[in-house]
Design a binder for this molecule. Structure first.
Ligand code: ATP
Ligand code: MG
Length: 244
């Protein structure tokens, strides 16, 4: 870790950079993941590096959707595994949902290292991609899934998703909940629910919301939710900040 002083105005952001760099050094995060992280940082800067009301609204709807799901599954890539392993595991526990490794760049052994990293953080189990079950509408390595995991899921929670797979999951009739700092990414636009926030802030809030969830009108909450409206609010927030 670098020695960023706590008083540095960008302390948290710089600490996250250290965490993602450590992920690469441990062979959990792809080197390409650094670029994705940089894109996220830029949008985090624009939204003010705090959880905004549009994210809170999406978190509430996501909690309802995940609570109502029959077979929710949490998809894990190398960035989120490095940034928020504990929160991912907690989410799996509150939902009684499996974690499943699914990555785009398959450097040798990286899938296995992500699994081991999560097990070391006390994940009860971690599903791995298989050749027994494949997603339709996608050609990359991310099509290989677990038959009891993403393949069977009705709702997939996929933070920091790539647009291609989000589209494939939606075409297969699955609902997708994502966390993506860029409200304009294809993922953000195509997901059922997009939490426009940093995954390190959003995940603990989502866990808390699910744990305390007592909305008797959860179905209505999901039905009334408009992702389009939430993304519009995020974009308006960004342009207001840009105008001073
Ligand atoms: P898409 O494929 O959906 O169009 P993209 O190609 O621009 O998106 P990817 O590299 O596929 O980007 O995915 C990374 C996404 O994750 C980006 O939209 C980026 O803003 C977002 N992101 C990166 N780090 C974080 C983070 N810590 N929290 C939330 N979102 C993040
Ligand atoms: Mg992409």
């Amino acid at each position: 870790m670098s020695d960023v002083p706590k008083t540095h105005p960008r302390y948290l952001s710089l600490t996250l950079r250290d965490t993602i760099v450590a992920g690469v050094e441990q062979g959990i995060t792809s080197i390409h993941g650094l670029i994705a992280h940089g894109r996220g940082e830029a949008f985090d800067y624009l939204i003010g590096e705090t959880t905004q009301p549009f994210a809170i609204q999406a978190i509430h709807a996501a909690a309802a959707m995940l609570r109502l799901a029959e077979h929710p599954v949490i998809s894990v890539n190398g960035n989120v595994a490095a940034l928020a392993p504990e929160a991912l595991i907690q989410l799996g526990q509150v939902l009684n949902a499996p974690l499943e490794v699914n990555i785009f760049h398959t450097e040798t052994g990286r899938e296995q290292r992500i699994r081991e990293h999560l097990l070391k953080h006390s994940a009860p189990d971690v599903l791995m991609p298989t050749t027994d079950a494949q997603l339709s509408y996608i050609d990359s390595n991310r099509k290989f899934v677990h038959p009891e995991g993403i393949f069977k899921a009705d709702v997939v929670f996929v933070p920091l998703e790539d647009g291609d797979r989000c589209e494939a999951l939606r075409k297969m009739g699955k609902a997708v909940v994502t966390v993506d700092l860029n409200p304009m990414s294809r993922t953000a636009q195509q997901a059922s629910i997009t939490i426009v926030d940093n995954v390190v802030r959003a995940l603990p809030l989502l866990c808390k919301e699910i744990r305390n969830f007592s909305d008797p009108t959860a179905e209505d909450t999901v039905a009334r939710y408009s992702n389009k409206a939430v993304l519009k609010q995020a974009l308006e927030h960004i342009s207001r900040c840009g105008n001073g």
